[in-house]
Every structure is written in structure tokens, then in C-alpha cells.
Design a binder for this molecule. Structure first.
Ligand code: SAM
Length: 283
């Protein structure tokens, strides 16, 4: 039985013992709540047959909880000092492999050969969106992502059309996955305490997108364009895609979407209808 890392006194001891100064720039806020670690691990429904990718293991707090399920864990950490610390804090676990690298630049398919795997992470908040979007856009064989993110980002990922939280991130995440907001985590669950509230979100990757899109790149160009100037009408905002006013008018007529609507009111289906009308206008 290994001693739990997810405790304030153990975390402080590790920080002191290795003389660590935590980097704000790299989003180094370490979990000190055993209960939160257990809840995150339970949300991923892990078994010894599973392979898990953890992003940013820090000093190994969540990594340890993941490894205790018997799953095979591959943990990618950018900070070389922490990679050294992990060799000590996770000593004795033969189902953990720590990879030193930037998750955005790591060739994950080379590191993980499993047919399918799960992603579980307390993400560094400064790059939450690039990490999630990179993993989804690469179409890796990920079944589910259970991640701790800033509460505000979790709200944006799960937002429905019409509200201020709904944007390009909501559309993209909901296109690739079925997101569920699971629970909130207060700043007191971390050392050092972050300035914001956090939430754990589970995104189950879809086997097939929820809408039929003829050209995915075009779909995302429409989404990006529509949200590029949130206060503008669709007919104005879509000009950022490079289309002329006449082309936009013809596409919106064909899609039967009122041109004075704003992007934030459109459902995924409506974005798909616009993108498909654009595609068919060129064929
Ligand atoms: N998993 C630990 C925990 O829950 O206590 C630490 C989480 S901490 C919020 C984020 C971790 O991500 C830090 O260890 C940080 O060094 C690491 N990190 C930051 N940027 C990264 C990147 N681009 N690739 C991999 N790890 C990164």
C-alpha cells in the first residue's frame, strides 16, 4: 500500500523535499483532496483493462489514483523537474509510464498503442482549449475525456444556443463529444489555491457527429465566422469567411436561416445546414 499523495501535508512535504517552486505560468496547482481525486477516478469508470492518458501529472497525485484501479497509465509532463520528482513519488507502480514532453507536441499514437484509451487530467488552465481541441481534432481513438477545467470553461463547453456562454468551443466540443458537467471543485482543493472555481467535465467521444456535414472544414469556418463578431448579424459576421455579401445572402436563403440572426442563437443543425448550403452552392 503506497501512502496517498492527495493530502496537504504530503504535498507540502514533497514540495519542500525537492525544493520545488511551483510555476504559475505552467498552471501548477496541485490537488490535495483525496475525495476529489476519488471522484475524478470514479467518473472515468476504470478497470485493469483500460489504458489512460494523463496530461500534466504534477507530483503524481491523480496519477496514483488512476494507477490504483489497475489501469495502465501514460502520463505526459512538460516540467523536467516534476518528471524527476515523479520517479520517487510513484516509485513501485509498474503500471505507470511518465513521458517528458509538451502534450501539444507529443506524438500520442507513438506513446500509446492501445486500440482505445481514456484521457483523465487536471488540466493546466492556460492551455485547456488548445489541449482539448487538439485531442479531438486529431481523431485519436479516445473513448472519453474526464478533465478538470476552469468552471467558466466547463460552462462554455456544455452551453446551449442563446446564452452568453455559447460559442465556437461549445459547438466544437458538442460536435465531437457528449459533454456532461459533473461537479464543481473549490480553490481550497489545490495548492496553491487558484483564483478561479473549477469543474470536472466528462466528454464522451461520439462515434459519429450528431449532424451530417458535407465538408467539416467548411462547417468550422462557418462556426468561427459566425462567432468572430458576436454582436453582428450572421450576414455581416460571415464576411470573415471571405464570402461576398451576395454569396452569403444566397447561402442563407438556401439554408432558410434569417440573415439578421446572430451566431449565438444557432444550433449545431443550423450551422450544418448553412455549411451544406455553401457546399452545394459550389458543386
Ligand atoms: N495532475 C496534478 C494534480 O492534479 O495535482 C497536476 C495538475 S496541474 C493543474 C497541471 C500540470 O500540467 C502541471 O504539472 C504542469 O507542469 C503540467 N503542464 C503544463 N503545461 C503542460 C503541457 N503543455 N504538456 C504537459 N504538461 C503540462
Amino acid at each position: 500500500m503506497h501512502p496517498k499523495i492527495a493530502k496537504k501535508e504530503v504535498t507540502l512535504h514533497v514540495i519542500r523535499r525537492f525544493g520545488l517552486s511551483l510555476s504559475k505560468r505552467l498552471g501548477q496547482n496541485f490537488l490535495i483532496s483525496e475525495q476529489v481525486v476519488d471522484q475524478i477516478v470514479a467518473s472515468a469508470c476504470l478497470s485493469p483493462e483500460d489504458t489512460v492518458l494523463e496530461i500534466g501529472p504534477g507530483i503524481g497525485t491523480l496519477t496514483q489514483g488512476l494507477a490504483e484501479t489497475g489501469a495502465s497509465v501514460v502520463a505526459v509532463e512538460l516540467d523536467a523537474r516534476l518528471v524527476e520528482v515523479l520517479a520517487t513519488t510513484l516509485e513501485g507502480y509498474d503500471n505507470i509510464r511518465v513521458v517528458h514532453g509538451d502534450i501539444l507536441k507529443t506524438d500520442i499514437s507513438r506513446e500509446i498503442k492501445a486500440e482505445k484509451y481514456k484521457v483523465v487530467a487536471n488540466l493546466p488552465y492556460y492551455i485547456t482549449t488548445p489541449i482539448i481541441m487538439t485531442l479531438l481534432e486529431r481523431r485519436l481513438p479516445i473513448e472519453v475525456l474526464v478533465t478538470m477545467v476552469q468552471k467558466e470553461v466547463a460552462q462554455r463547453m456544455t452551453a446551449s444556443p442563446g446564452g452568453k456562454d455559447y460559442g465556437a468551443l461549445s459547438v466544437a466540443v458538442q460536435y465531437y463529444t457528449e459533454p456532461e458537467l459533473l461537479f464543481d471543485v473549490p480553490p481550497t482543493a489545490f495548492i496553491p489555491a487558484p483564483a478561479v472555481d473549477s469543474s470536472v467535465i466528462r466528454c464522451t467521444v461520439r462515434t459519429k457527429p450528431p449532424v451530417d456535414v458535407a465538408d467539416e472544414r467548411r462547417f468550422f469556418r462557418v462556426v468561427k465566422g459566425a462567432f468572430s463578431q458576436r454582436r453582428k448579424t450572421l450576414s455581416n459576421a460571415l464576411k470573415t469567411t471571405g464570402l461576398s455579401s451576395e454569396q452569403i445572402a444566397a447561402i442563407l436563403t438556401k439554408a432558410q436561416i434569417n440573415p439578421i440572426r446572430r451566431g449565438e442563437t444557432l444550433s449545431l443543425e443550423e450551422f450544418a445546414t448553412i455549411a451544406n448550403a455553401w457546399s452545394s452552392s459550389e458543386s
